[in-house]
Design a protein around this ligand. Structure first.
Ligand code: G
Ligand code: G
Ligand code: MN
Ligand code: NA
Length: 250
């Protein structure tokens, strides 16, 4: 309860922070973009992970101002990068079902001057199941703005295949649970291969999340997975720590 009240004021007190995690091409190692990941530095409790406070914020409605802050902050920072790399932002189902996300994105792109083609919105499939018609309308209008939509945590939901067919996604992010077991479990490897085949068939790029080891990277390269994200490439960190990569690569 106290945490919920603190959360309402976290944004105006400057306690929210975005970390960035690089996304890279497998073959060249070249960084192509970053995913923005939200952190809350609570004055007494220290760093509170999003797994803990995002659900709270969704239940209380605080996710609306917080989500708006995340989008604005990520777009404003990306617009100032020396290279026009992609920026991926996680969107809560609550923002899709209860807010005017299309107006928010429109306004944020206008205010920050970010090229819409650089912005990728990450959506999990729960929202699509809860209210498919509303979600389809929002995603379609978002895409009309020129931004891309990625399906996050792919493979963990109930209806991934039909969801992919029914909604206008631009990218598939393979959940890290499959990547974790890639070099030890033939079943996990078969699933990742199947997702890559699905992506090829649908014309959608696939990125593997949670790549932690060189063995996993090589296993992915061997099955023609083109893009990866994970601790092997870089942990989520303040954008300043990628200064060289930002200036040198892209
Ligand atoms: O950064 P970390 O790996 O701890 O993220 C844990 C979870 O929190 C992930 O599911 C991630 O998608 C989610 N998350 C991180 N940042 C944001 C954000 O800005 N908005 C929303 N809605 N979820 C986020
Ligand atoms: O659900 P989403 O994909 O947005 O979640 C991203 C989360 O995954 C973040 O909390 C991030 O810190 C975490 N993450 C990113 N890379 C790795 C990794 O290589 N291993 C593990 N275990 N977690 C990772
Ligand atoms: Mn994500
Ligand atoms: Na994920």
């Amino acid at each position: 309860r106290q945490l919920e009240q603190d959360l309402r004021r976290a944004e105006e007190r400057g306690e929210l922070q975005l970390l960035y995690q690089p996304q890279a091409e497998v073959a060249s190692g070249r960084i192509r973009g970053f995913e923005a990941l939200l952190r809350w530095r609570h004055p007494e409790r220290g760093m509170i992970p999003p797994d803990l406070f995002v659900p709270l914020a969704e239940a209380s409605g605080a996710i609306m101002p917080i989500g708006a802050w995340v989008l604005r902050q990520a777009c404003a920072e990306a617009a100032a990068w020396p290279r026009p790399l992609d920026i991926a932002v996680n969107i809560s189902p609550v923002q899709i079902l209860h807010g005017d996300l299309v107006a928010l994105v429109t306004e944020t792109l206008r205010e920050t001057g970010l090229d819409p083609a650089r912005l990728e919105l990450e959506v999990t499939e729960g929202v699509l199941i809860r209210d498919g018609a509303q979600a389809l309308g929002v995603l379609t209008r978002l895409k009309a703005l020129g931004v891309r939509v990625a399906m996050d945590d792919f493979g963990t939901g109930y209806s991934s295949l039909s969801t992919l067919r029914a909604f206008p996604f631009d990218k598939i992010k393979v959940d890290r649970s499959f990547v974790r077991d890639l070099d030890t479990s033939p079943e996990a490897a078969a699933i990742v291969r199947a997702v890559l085949g699905l992506g090829r068939g649908l014309g959608l790029p696939v990125i593997a999340e949670g790549v932690e080891t060189e063995a996993q990277r090589q296993a992915l390269a061997a099955i023609d997975c083109a893009a990866i994200q994970g601790y092997l490439i870089g942990r989520p960190a303040p954008i300043g720590s990628f200064g060289t990569a930002l200036g040198r690569l892209g």
